[in-house]
Ligand binder design. Structure first.
Ligand code: BES
Ligand code: MN
Ligand code: ZN
Length: 497
């Protein structure tokens, strides 16, 4: 994926497709006005005719443009000028690129980046534009033998700038956007991959491949005997019923000062969640291949950070297992001893994510001096009920860290929302037979899951992102979204300054 910036008059630049915006009340953007002037009022005329809408995200394609140098003109509605901000920009830019997905557009210039956005600067406009290009180009074809959906021809996006200072800012944003888009594609590929291919060992191989590609990346993979030696019996209990061996993947990226403690990202890597003996119902069970969405996200962040060569220290830990029923599977009622020494009564084998994450976080605290631990997991259906598919659930034990992640989500247009972990929620996890149970009842299920993890991270600066609703979409648009890679990369970039 590539980009360039241009300060040219929109009517005078040759391109397959010029993308310009119009605001409500027939207010043309400057770039639209330039093309309008060169074409004898083409845009204003079409608006008067009702053929161009200025509603946010509405797209009209004008296939012939006499008088301007563009082969096609794409007019995007930007809504009200007074409320045009980063979210509106992102929406308009993606709507534009989605619209020309099937067209033979090899080269396009978006002049939307020239517009003022109420709550962000040109840096973010460029970043979001390149992310939209990544979205436009993304296709998952790996498992199709025919009818592969063609990857759009457009690989280079021009970004309109008002002056050379803006062009410079756009360039910085576009570079970061390219890295984020690449990371999101890694995340989406891994999550979309079927569970008979994407196993714990497959995730480990993916990590090793990253280490081969980037000098600053080092990988260690723990197999089941290694984990048993370290006492990770909570993690190991989840894979008991599966033919696929469990793995713990540990990746270090070191490009920052030696004295800087790394941020540690921990991603839930359940490559298929059948529920185990607490078997899930049949309908839509295929979607539980996405239960490694947290692992896919942290690997995507690692890919983005390595591609951008950010001068930071980052560690990624992926506990990975397949949750299956069998004669050897963990039973409801089993008690296991976690690496921390805390015993856990497994009352429901479908609450398995927390069982692998708790050991991974104990491991992280034992192995690394962690600046912060952030775990990312498709952890609970309850979080989807609470927040839907729009915001990730955010919890933790350090308000400063939570505030930073929340703000990063706002900036990156990849939002989260905080849920409270009060003592009362922790109390729901009491067990008659062990130090705690792995479930706390139906009520407040997203929070009791977070509260469970909090018992293993008391000494760390820790936050938890429940991405069950945001990492993938069901229904006709079934597939991985690449979230929350933008949020996490934004957080890491923000920590740098
Ligand atoms: N992987 C699921 C959570 C999930 C559900 C993600 C739906 C995406 C969509 C998780 O392992 C799970 O099964 N959680 C249970 C917890 C319950 C048994 C306490 C749930 O949410 O029902
Ligand atoms: Mn489950
Ligand atoms: Zn799960």
């Amino acid at each position: 994926m590539e980009f360039f910036t241009t300060t040219a008059d929109a009517a005078k630049r040759t391109t397959d497709c010029a993308i310009v915006g119009v605001y409500e009340r027939k207010q043309l953007t400057e770039a639209a006005a330039q093309i309008d002037a060169a074409t004898g009022g083409l845009i204003a005329g079409l608006m008067d005719q009702g053929d161009i809408s200025s509603k946010l995200g509405a797209v009209s394609l004008v296939p012939r443009v006499d008088g301007a140098r563009c082969k096609r003109l794409l007019v995007v509605g930007l809504g009200k000028k007074s409320t045009f901000g980063r979210r509106e920009f992102a929406r308009a830019q993606s709507a534009a690129l989605t619209h020309i997905r099937s067209q033979h557009v090899v080269d396009a210039v978006s002049y939307l980046t020239r517009e003022d956005t109420r709550d962000c600067d040109a840096y973010y406009r460029a970043r979001l534009a390149l992310q939209a290009l990544g979205e436009h180009r993304y296709r998952f074809n790996d498992t199709k033998s025919k009818d592969r959906r063609p990857v759009p021809k457009l690989r280079k996006l021009g970004l309109g700038a008002n002056d050379s200072a803006m062009a410079k800012t756009l360039t910085r944003g576009a570079e970061h956007g390219t890295g984020i888009a690449a990371g999101m594609a890694v995340t989406r590929d891994l999550a979309n991959m079927p569970p008979n291919i994407c196993t714990p060992s497959y995730l480990a191989d993916t990590a090793m491949e990253m280490a081969r590609k980037h000098k600053a990346v080092n990988v260690q993979v723990l197999d089941e005997p290694d984990m048993a030696e370290r006492g990770m019996h909570s993690l190991l209990s989840v894979g008991n019923g599966s033919e696929q061996p469990s793995r713990l993947i540990h990746i270090d990226y070191r490009a920052g000062k030696k004295s800087d403690a790394p941020v540690v990202l921990v991603g839930k890597g359940i490559t298929f969640d059948s529920g185990g003996i607490s078997l899930k119902p049949g309908p839509m069970m295929d979607e539980m291949k996405f239960d490694m969405g947290g692992a896919a996200a942290v690997l995507g962040v690692m890919a983005a950070v390595a591609a951008l060569k950010l001068p930071i220290n980052l560690s990624v830990i992926v506990p990975s297992a397949e949750n299956m029923p069998s004669g050897r599977a963990t039973r409801p009622g089993d008690v296991v001893t976690s690496m921390s020494g805390r015993t856990i009564e497994i009352l429901n084998t479908d609450a398995e994510g927390r069982l692998i994450l708790c050991d991974a976080m104990t491991y992280a605290q034992a192995e690394l001096d962690c600046a912060a631990i952030i775990d990312v997991a498709t952890l609970t259906g309850a979080c989807v009920i609470a927040l839907g598919h729009h915001r990730s659930g955010l919890m933790g034990n350090d308000q400063t860290l939570i505030d930073s992640l929340m703000a990063a989500g706002e900036r990156a247009v990849d939002r989260a929302w905080q849920l409270p972990i009060d003592q009362e929620y922790v109390d729901q996890l009491k067990s008659n037979f062990a130090d705690c149970a792995n479930i706390g009842g139906r009520d407040g299920g997203a929070i009791t899951a977070g509260a469970f993890l909090g018992q293993f991270t008391e000494k760390a600066t820790w936050a938890h992102l429940d991405i069950a609703g945001t990492a993938w979409l069901g229904g006709a648009k079934k597939g991985a979204t690449g979230r929350p890679v933008p949020l996490l990369v934004d957080y890491l970039l923000d920590r740098m300054d």
